[in-house]
Write a protein that binds this ligand. Structure first.
Ligand code: GDP
Length: 304
């Protein structure tokens, strides 16, 4: 897989180095593996969990060859992701029968710079090119650039963008976007929001107001709260996941910029620690650089 090339080369090379000249998985191999997982940004808690499980297997089977380590590690990682593997939510939109007047509403959250707007553009393209009707709502009204950028994405993809400009009430934008979605018979409404983490009370209030107001139009909305995280920022992505899950209920993750990082391990740790399914991964800046997350493909890409 081209997009994840950097992630995989590094992890696999390092794993090979850690076991060179050794036949069996012993303490020192496990120590090296632990260091490697932490460096790959798997996160300490998930790393300890993985090492513990491998240690138990080694204790049980007495002799585990280093040749098997690769396979065992894959199994353990797939197992961690398995618990939260998911093909529901917005992933299922393409399979939904047309139901005019009942759009699936996605509220997208995340701090500036993580690739939130780009991810919305990519999602809009994914749904639009499959023949679904899409409406975007520019409710990140805090930054002028955010509104403009979303409008540009709307034009590029060919879907309408509801915007009231900068410094307007984000909840009013969300309300209008959802209403427009209902009126248009849209299948999907995607709402951009401002991710100002430095003011947590504001963030929490803003997101709950947006939700409350859109629920006047569709009581079940938002059907998905998608948190966008930059996969190249390692521990920062963990911190953001922590803050956002405190501010609102997050039901799915999109992890961006995995094309430019050797730290894809963040995907494993975050999914495990927060028990939230990773639905999408971003592997480039283009409209088509969005992949559906698949745990087997992902884990294989880490190794070979
Ligand atoms: P926002 O502030 O969160 O809305 O971030 P943007 O969507 O404006 O993205 C910030 C920068 O990251 C832009 O230059 C995007 O082209 C870039 N970007 C977004 N997603 C990806 C990705 O998956 N891979 C790469 N390489 N760049 C990305």
């Amino acid at each position: 897989d081209e997009g994840l090339q950097k992630t995989k080369t590094n992890f696999f090379d390092q794993l090979s180095k850690a076991v060179v000249g050794k036949n069996t998985v012993d303490e020192s191999v496990l120590d090296d593996l632990e260091t490697l997982l932490v460096h790959a940004d798997v996160g300490i808690d998930t790393t300890v969990k993985v090492i513990d499980r491998i240690e138990k297997r080694v204790a049980r089977d007495k002799y585990v060859s280093t040749n098997e380590l690769d396979r065992i590690l894959r199994e353990e990682i797939v197992g961690l992701l398995d618990a939260h593997g998911d093909t529901t939510g917005s992933r299922a939109i393409l399979d939904r029968p047309d139901s005019p007047g009942h759009p699936f509403v996605i509220m997208v959250v995340g701090v500036n710079g993580v690739g939130k707007t780009t991810t919305i553009g990519k999602l809009a393209h994914r749904f639009h090119s499959a023949g679904k009707k899409v409406v975007l709502g520019a409710a990140d009204t805090f930054r002028a650039a955010a509104v403009d950028q979303l409008i540009v994405w709307g034009q590029r993809v060919g879907v309408p963008v509801i915007s009231h400009g900068m410094n307007t009430d984000p909840a009013a934008v969300a309300y209008d976007a959802v209403l427009k979605g209902v009126e248009m018979g849209a299948d999907v409404v995607i709402i951009d929001t401002a991710g100002r983490l430095h003011n947590k009370v504001n963030l929490m209030n803003e997101l709950s107001k947006i939700k409350r107001v859109m629920q006047k139009v569709i009581p079940e909305a938002p059907h998905e709260v998608l948190l966008v995280l930059d996969g190249s920022t390692g521990q920062n992505a963990f911190l953001q996941a922590k803050e956002f899950t405190r501010a609102t209920e997050v039901s799915a993750l999109a992890i961006t910029k995995l094309d430019g990082t050797a730290k894809g391990g963040v995907v494993i740790g975050i999914s495990d620690q927060f028990s939230i399914p990773v639905r999408y991964i971003g592997v480039g800046e283009k409209m088509t650089d969005l992949q559906l997350f698949d745990r087997h493909t992902f884990v294989n890409s880490l190794f070979k």
